[in-house]
Unconditional design. Structure first.
Length: 319
């Protein structure tokens, strides 16, 4: 089996680089497996690498991302609807999607490496198909969001890039200046939802006054905020969390709940949650939406999205 390690050279820290060297050493112990290292050189390169190897080797290779959520996002776009599985090594700053995959809000890269047997050359894993979100033809593996969280995400990334020692705390710091601004945004919503009995219904608001909207395939984003604690990666449904327009006084008590995964109708009348399978989101003035996907901002003024069932093969550690 060929294992293609897609390495983001700017992700992680010194400890992660040492761990990566240990993995390299372990591969020399197993003549049946081949380790190929591909270093990303530009935005979108991880997608190109993943797609090229998937086309060439199909199920006979595994794409191993060694970076954060941005690298995972790109690789997922390159591997969607192929036979090549994706394996995550959480070597980035936030590693929010990895939190869902490995079932912990704080993911230890050393433990993940050991669980996959990458430390001793005895590699083991299970491959399972998971859902993706298609938005305007692109793929989202984790969370697509609009409003306040996009502002926090944007500023948090800038802080994290400049002060790497802060890690995910950079996003918590970014909250302060963002919530001191107006928290009222406008958006046109047309959501195709599903109730607990599986019956379809629609949410249509043109326009909607809101503060935040998260559409989730997984659970965590923005350095650990959790809008969808009960999401499932393979149920054919997306979770959403819509926060009505709030002011500063209303927002402050919601932030710790949103971080802990307790933001719902029971904790605030301003919050609405549920399941959906797709929809359409448009700006009210034709300008780009205040939105992002997997932590990467986009400049669409309109987004058509839907769940793509079991569109990606993902490696999980064995129980």
């Amino acid at each position: 089996m060929k294992y293609i390690f897609v390495e983001n050279p700017i992700a992680g820290n010194k400890d992660r680089r040492i761990l990566f060297k240990q993995v390299q050493s372990a591969f020399r112990l197993n003549p049946n497996d081949e380790m190929i290292i591909e270093e990303t050189k530009r935005s979108g390169h991880a997608k190109e690498i993943a797609a090229d190897y998937a086309k060439k080797y199909g199920k006979d290779c595994v794409i191993v991302t060694c970076g954060g959520d941005g690298t995972v996002h790109e690789a997922a776009n390159g591997l969607a609807h192929t036979d090549t599985p994706l394996m995550l090594l959480p070597f980035g700053t936030g590693n929010d999607f990895a939190k869902k995959v490995y079932g912990a809000k704080k993911v230890d890269a050393h433990n993940v490496v050991k669980a996959f047997g990458l430390h001793n050359g005895k590699i083991k894993y299970n491959v399972k198909p998971i859902d993706l979100i298609d938005y305007n033809g692109e793929k989202c593996i984790n969370v697509m969001s609009f409003g306040l969280d996009t502002k926090v995400e944007t500023l948090g990334k800038k802080i994290a890039d400049k002060y790497k020692f802060l890690g995910h705390q950079a996003y918590n710091i970014a909250i302060v200046p963002c919530i001191l601004q107006s928290l009222k945004y406008h958006i046109n919503l047309d959501l195709d939802c599903v109730d607990e009995d599986g019956k379809p219904y629609k949410i249509t608001k043109t326009p909607a006054d809101y503060t935040l909207l998260a559409i989730c395939n997984a659970s965590y984003y923005g350095g650990g905020f959790c809008p969808a604690p009960n999401s499932k990666l393979d149920d054919g449904l997306l979770d959403y969390c819509l926060v009505d327009a709030v002011n500063l006084a209303q927002a402050l008590p919601l932030i710790p709940k949103y971080s802990a995964g307790n933001a719902n109708e029971q904790t605030s009348s301003k919050i609405h949650t549920g399941h959906l399978i797709g929809g359409r989101i448009r700006s009210t003035d034709g300008k780009p939406l205040l939105g992002n996907c997997d932590g990467e901002n986009f400049d669409y003024s309109e987004v058509d999205f839907k769940v793509e069932k079991k569109a990606l093969k993902l490696c999980f550690t064995e129980e």
